[in-house]
Design a protein around this ligand. Structure first.
Ligand code: HEM
Ligand code: HEM
Length: 183
């Protein structure tokens, strides 16, 4: 809920700049693709080749890793104006955003480590190769594949909570929080 401040209802302070908005929505598109690919690609066993949908999951994943790194660098160097929220809502939103950022780093890293342990190359746009971050055959990185799948569900739950909050602001509280992230 936004505090009833006559000045804030007349004008919005600049919250997220165009670059921050671009990265937010680019990451949304890439994550939707990663869930769709992760849930529909064939089961992976010893000896599975990284073809078809699996290759797409790795390729989109490489783009996502770069987009998340750039997004975090931008965020650390460009602080948005704080939203005029009640302290309790401000705390809850900061915790949720923090957990989203952690999941945006950890989930892709676990998938990347698992790909490396299978000897699969992760390439940006299918061209620029990223380094392997785990030795081929590493049992730890193999287990990280399972954790990747489980934490993808945690990320999904966080996103569901985040989207529900955005819609709650827009349609129930009728404040301008959603507009802060729209073009
Ligand atoms: C937030 C982004 C990502 C999401 C939401 C996601 C989601 C998923 C899902 C749902 C699965 C299937 C899990 C299962 O059925 O057990 C999966 C598997 C996999 N993902 Fe991702 N993924 C993401 C990023 C990445 C990245 C960046 C890479 C590597 C560059 C990657 C590599 C893999 C690999 C290798 C598997 C197979 C793991 C195994 O079965 O052992 N993923 N992913
Ligand atoms: C993959 C899905 C999504 C992820 C991972 C995600 C992640 C994030 C993160 C980390 C922030 C905090 C930005 C910062 O302060 O640096 C944020 C802000 C925001 N997101 Fe999302 N988001 C997703 C989808 C959506 C969707 C679908 C909507 C709209 C329905 C939305 C609306 C917003 C809004 C309005 C803010 C700004 C909140 C504020 O003013 O404090 N997000 N998002």
């Amino acid at each position: 809920m936004i505090r009833s401040d006559p000045a804030s209802s007349r004008r919005d302070p600049v919250a997220y700049d165009a670059v921050a908005k671009f990265f937010h929505w680019l990451v949304v598109v890439l994550i939707v693709a990663q869930f769709a690919l992760g849930w529909t690609m064939p089961d992976i066993h010893k000896g599975t080749r990284p073809d078809g949908l699996i290759a797409w999951h790795l390729g989109v994943g490489a783009t996502l890793i770069s987009a998340v790194v750039l997004r975090i660098v931008w965020r650390l160097t460009h602080r948005p104006a704080p939203a005029a929220l009640l302290p309790v809502l401000s705390l809850v939103s900061q915790i949720t955003h923090g957990l989203l950022y952690v999941a945006l780093v950890v989930v892709p890293l676990l998938g990347w480590a698992n790909a490396s342990s299978r000897g699969w190359s992760v390439r940006l746009l299918g061209l620029l190769p990223y380094p392997a971050i785990a030795p081929v055959g590493s049992p730890t990185a193999h287990a990280m594949g399972d954790i990747h799948g489980v934490l993808a569900w945690v990320l999904f739950a966080l996103i569901a909570l985040h989207v529900a909050a955005a819609l709650f602001h827009r349609f129930v509280l009728r404040d301008r929080i959603l507009q802060r992230m729209l073009p």
